[in-house]
Write a new protein. Structure first.
Length: 332
């Protein structure tokens, strides 16, 4: 006789859960969806769940401690910084992500942001919308990628995809990633650089690293001061990689030429934030990963990952070092 199984979804932004249900319901799984992201509400929804799926909710040590039956925590996405990985590992719960998700989408969006900044797409468009015609910025603001050096911070799947897209523009590409072997960077026809070298040399700095204790506030007052005057900063990775007040100060002083972001350390960006008003900032609202194909793949992968754990298997793409299933079988 099968034991009833429950998958808790802490939060999601989708109009329905049809793709998840199509995979999980035939396996006898009931979906339970969280009401809000408070610790008390999360604890209530995950306490008796056999698997937990999360998107943006903070899955803290307190929330993980309440998981009596969870065989896996699966995140909708690549980053897992909303999950306490150490607490999950201590509890023997594997945490999984979807590492192949949205590589092309984010790389395309990065290139769009870089070109928007170098070719001044937004100011020129706004000039025409306002009834004007001509060049909206001083001639010096119109830049050519072939004459610029692009610094890529983080050389995982997305960083490499960005490097490939930049190659036809014939711009020098510097890479800083202390965990990637230099031969990988050389094979991509890029040049390895230290953090200090990249900051001092790059005209465009684009961030493609995860949020970790070592990378949070990587861009701060000190590192901004080391960047070339007028440099462009692009962040489509994690909001907390950038110290926002320091970036705003650098933008206002003119030392930072432009900030192009899809993520921010407070989301949504507050209504009174200078980021919404400064002319040298372009924002999108955490949508760089979006395409119909990517989102469908993401949701199917999350559901099949949870299903594998419910079968008693060690699921794929474990990111917190758990090497054994938490329980042997989901059925009696």
């Amino acid at each position: 006789m099968s034991i009833p199984l429950t998958v808790a979804i802490t939060d999601h932004v989708f109009p329905s859960l049809d793709p998840e249900e199509a995979i999980l319901k035939p396996a006898g799984v009931t979906l339970v969806v969280g009401r809000d992201k408070s610790a008390a509400a999360l604890i209530e929804v995950v306490a008796d769940a056999d698997a937990v799926i999360t998107q943006f909710a903070p899955v803290t040590a307190e929330v993980i401690a309440a998981m009596r039956k969870a065989r896996v925590i699966v995140r909708y996405g690549i980053g897992v910084d909303n999950v306490d990985l150490d607490a999950a590992k201590a509890a023997g719960i594997p945490v999984c992500n979807v590492p192949s998700y949205c590589i092309d989408e984010v790389a395309d969006h990065t290139l769009a942001m870089i070109l928007a900044a170098t070719r001044q797409i937004v100011p020129n468009h706004m000039l025409i919308q306002g009834g004007g015609w001509g060049l909206a910025v001083p001639m010096a603001g119109m830049k050519t990628l072939a004459n610029l050096t692009v610094g890529i911070v983080g050389f995982g799947r997305i960083g490499r995809a960005v490097a490939r897209r930049l190659k036809p523009f014939k711009c020098p590409r510097l890479v800083f990633d202390p965990i990637i072997h230099e031969t990988v960077i050389q094979e991509a026809e890029c040049e390895s650089a230290s953090w200090a070298e990249l900051l001092a040399t790059a005209d465009v700095v684009t961030l493609h690293c995860p949020s970790t204790p070592a990378t949070r506030r990587l861009i701060n007052a000190e590192s901004l001061a080391q960047m070339k005057p007028g440099a462009i900063l692009v962040n489509l990775s994690r909001g907390d990689l950038v110290d926002t007040p320091a970036a705003v100060a650098a933008l206002k002083s003119g030392h930072l030429g432009a900030l192009m972001i899809d993520v921010c350390d407070v989301e949504p960006i507050p209504a009174d934030s200078p980021l919404r008003a400064l002319p040298n900032v372009v924002c999108s609202s955490h949508v760089a990963s979006c395409s119909e194909k990517a989102v469908q793949m993401l949701r199917r992968t999350v559901a099949t990952t949870a299903a594998a754990a419910l079968r008693g298997e060690l699921p794929p793409s474990v990111v917190n070092g758990v090497t054994q299933p938490r329980f042997r079988s989901a059925h009696s």
